[in-house]
Design a protein around this ligand. Structure first.
Ligand SMILES: *[C@@H]1O[C@H](CO)[C@@H](O)[C@H](O)[C@H]1NC(C)=O
Ligand SMILES: *[C@@H]1O[C@H](CO)[C@@H](O)[C@H](O)[C@H]1NC(C)=O
Length: 137
C-alpha cells in the first residue's frame, strides 16, 4: 500500500469499520495539470458532486510529504489555518473544489483530493491529482 493510499485509509479506518469496504485496487486515479499566475486565483476540482468524505493534501515540489490542507472530516469543511503561504484558501461547498485566491509562488506543487463518494452501489474512492504551476505575472 503506498503512503498516499494510507493517508486516506488510515484517516478513514475508524468511521468506515462498519461499512462494506472496497478494495484499494478499486481506487480511481484522475490526474490533471493546472497553471495560474501569482496574485491570481485557481479552482482545483474534486469531482462534480460533493464527496461524502474528502481530504485535500499538498505536496511541495522536491518533497514527498503530503500534508492535509483541508478536509470535511468531523466538524464539516475545514481549511487548515497554517496554509496562508499558498494564498487565500476556500472550499466550494457544492463540489468540494479547492479555491485558492491571491496565489503565492509557494502554491506550486501537487494537490491531491482523496474523495469517498457514498453511492447506491457502495463506497467509491477517487483520488484527484492536480499539478499546479504558478507563473510570475
Ligand atoms: C501533466 O504534466 C506532466 C509534466 O509536464 C505530463 O507528463 C503529464 O502528462 C501531464 N498530464 C496531463 C493530464 O496533462
Ligand atoms: C458551485 O458553486 C459555484 C459558485 O459558488 C459555481 O460557480 C459553480 O458553477 C457551482 N458548481 C456546481 C457543480 O453547481
Amino acid at each position: 500500500m503506498t503512503p498516499s493510499i494510507c493517508f486516506l485509509l488510515c484517516w478513514l479506518a475508524l468511521p468506515l469499520q462498519g461499512l462494506e469496504i472496497f478494495n484499494p485496487e478499486e481506487v480511481e486515479y484522475i490526474r490533471s495539470n493546472a497553471t495560474a499566475t501569482v496574485g491570481g486565483s485557481v479552482t482545483l476540482g474534486c469531482g462534480t458532486v460533493a464527496p461524502t468524505i474528502y481530504i485535500w493534501g499538498f505536496t511541495k515540489p522536491g518533497t514527498d510529504n503530503n500534508v492535509a490542507v483541508a478536509h470535511n472530516y468531523g466538524l464539516g469543511p475545514k481549511v487548515q489555518a497554517q496554509f496562508g503561504s499558498l494564498g487565500r484558501i476556500q472550499l466550494q461547498e457544492n463540489s468540494s473544489a479547492l479555491v485558492i485566491e491571491e496565489l503565492q509562488k509557494d502554491a506550486a506543487g501537487m494537490y491531491t483530493c482523496q474523495a469517498l463518494f457514498d453511492t447506491d452501489e457502495g463506497a467509491r474512492i477517487t483520488f484527484y491529482f492536480t499539478r499546479l504551476e504558478v507563473e510570475d505575472n
